[in-house]
Structures are given as C-alpha cells and as structure tokens.
Design a protein around this ligand. Structure first.
Ligand SMILES: Nc1ncnc2c1ncn2[C@@H]1O[C@H](COP(=O)(O)OP(=O)(O)O)[C@@H](O)[C@H]1O
Ligand SMILES: [Mg+2]
Length: 256
C-alpha cells in the first residue's frame, strides 16, 4: 500500500465520506500530499483509482466518452468518468479548477443521490456501481477569478483542507521517502518552512514537501547539500533575481 503519514483526521473523514457515498474535495498547496493520500485511500478501501489530470481543453466527452472510428466502424468508447462509474472506482480529478466550469456539470448527477450518468449520445443512463466516488483536488493559492469552481459544483463535496505537514511530520516524510539522514531532513524542513514565509515577499509558492524530498534524494545520491539545495530550493522556486538572492541568503543562514 502507498505509504501515507496522516496529518490529522483526514483518513477517518475520507472513510466516512466514502461509506456515505459522498464526493470529496481536497484543497492544498502543490506537493503537500494530496495525490499520495488519494492513492493511499483507494488502496485502503480496495477500490480501483482512475485519475484525470484536468486542463482547460478538457471536454465533457473526454470525461464521459465518445464514438470513435475503428476499422470503418464507429464504436463507443467510455471515458474515464464512465469507466469509474461502471467499475465502482474512485474517479480522481486532479487540478480540477483547470477544467472549464461548465464541463464539470457532468459530475452533478453522479455526485448527488441520483448517482447516475446520463449518456445522451449513447442513449444510456449509467448507474454508478457500489464504491464509485468522485474526488477532486486543486491548489487554492493558484486560483484566479477565471478559475473558480461553480458554487453548485463546490457545494456537492465534503472538503478536506491540506497544508504542509508540521515540521516533525515533514521530517519523517522526507526521511522515509528519500532515505536521507534525519539531520539532513531537519535542515531541509527548516529551509522549507522559511521559504514558505517568503510568499509575503512575492515568492509564488514556498518549497513543497515534494521539493524537499528531491533535495534529500540528491544528497542521498552523493551531491553536497549546497548543490542539491541550489538545484531545487532555489532553482525550482523562482527565476526572479531578487528572490533568488533571498533564497540563497536563506541557505547560508540555515546551512551555515
Ligand atoms: N502525508 C504524506 N505521507 C507520505 N508522503 C507524503 C505526504 N505528504 C507528502 N508526501 C510526499 O510528497 C510527495 C508529493 O506529494 P503529492 O501527493 O504528489 O502532492 P500533491 O498531489 O499535493 O501535489 C509524495 O510523492 C510523497 O513522497
Ligand atoms: Mg498531485
């Protein structure tokens, strides 16, 4: 099972929502464990997981299905949402605010007590199998006015708010995922915490848990801590000269 370190009561909440057949919305900054959590929960609940990475070109047919030409015949191909409904899978829509709001209305009949998916083109109404659940996630920090969930969509979901783990948990996660020395993890987590405070100074996002794991993995593979940090906690966070200088200053302060 995908290893997951709980940060609060999110496992119990998700399990309860799943039991009550309620869809779940997970919000939180990039690289804080949302995808890992969903994978963990799917395995824990023994349900297949079907993931869709949302982007602005995503159409309703990309989710539900379409007729395609196959050797001269037109045949219907289920989309990931339809497959998940038939199979009783968890359908996970990642970065859901990237999809156009009107496209997401195809979720509506599946996420209320009807639990059906009308496929007009096929002339069929798919009834969601036991176990089917919609899970969506997004990073509220990136949301622009243009990219917001419709209120009618949002209010169909039970919400889980994620954030970066507390330092002691984040250290444990970095050690587990990279195999690095706990002392290295402690320094990296301290850098992570402090980089997140630079948001007030114009940094789009501080270092994610994922980025700290990258740095730790590079150190574990033999690079110096300075080189590893420059390539991750500086280079991957900004292109801006002033913010780069601020991050290097932070490295000097924490690493000595
Ligand atoms: N609570 C956690 N338990 C286990 N691993 C975690 C946790 N949080 C973050 N991670 C690690 O951080 C990485 C990035 O997390 P991910 O779930 O991909 O982030 P998100 O989907 O929020 O962008 C994961 O691959 C995993 O190694
Ligand atoms: Mg993710």
């Amino acid at each position: 099972m995908a290893w997951y370190k709980p940060l609060g009561d999110e496992i119990a909440l998700f399990e309860t929502a799943a039991r009550r057949k309620l869809p779940v919305l997970i919000k939180g900054p990039t690289g804080c464990g949302k995808t890992r959590f969903v994978r963990h929960m799917a395995e824990r609940l023994e349900r297949p997981l079907i993931t869709v990475a949302c982007q602005e070109d995503l159409s309703a047919a990309d989710l539900t299905g379409r007729y395609v030409l196959e050797g001269g015949d037109t045949v219907w191909r289920d989309g990931p949402l339809t497959r998940a409904a038939r199979e009783g899978a968890i359908c996970y829509l990642d970065e859901v605010v990237e999809a156009r709001a009107d496209v997401l209305t195809v979720l509506h009949p599946l996420t209320d007590d009807r639990r059906v998916l009308p496929l007009e083109r096929l002339g069929e109404e798919v009834e969601a199998a036991e176990g089917f659940q919609v899970v969506i996630s997004y990073n509220p920090g990136y949301q622009s006015m243009r990219k917001e969930l419709k209120e009618s969509t949002r209010q169909r979901f039970v919400s889980l708010s994620f954030d970066y783990p507390k330092p002691e948990l984040e250290r444990e996660i970095v050690v587990h995922e990279s195999g690095c020395d706990p002392k290295i993890a402690a320094q990296l987590v301290q850098l992570g915490v402090r980089s997140r405070k630079l948001k007030e100074h114009g940094l789009a996002e501080g270092a994610s848990t994922r980025l700290l794991i990258y740095a730790a993995s590079l150190v574990e593979a033999g690079l110096s801590l300075e080189t590893a940090c420059e390539a991750t906690l500086v280079g991957s966070l900004t292109d801006d000269a002033e913010l780069t200088a601020a991050l290097r200053e932070l490295l000097r302060a924490v690493l000595g």
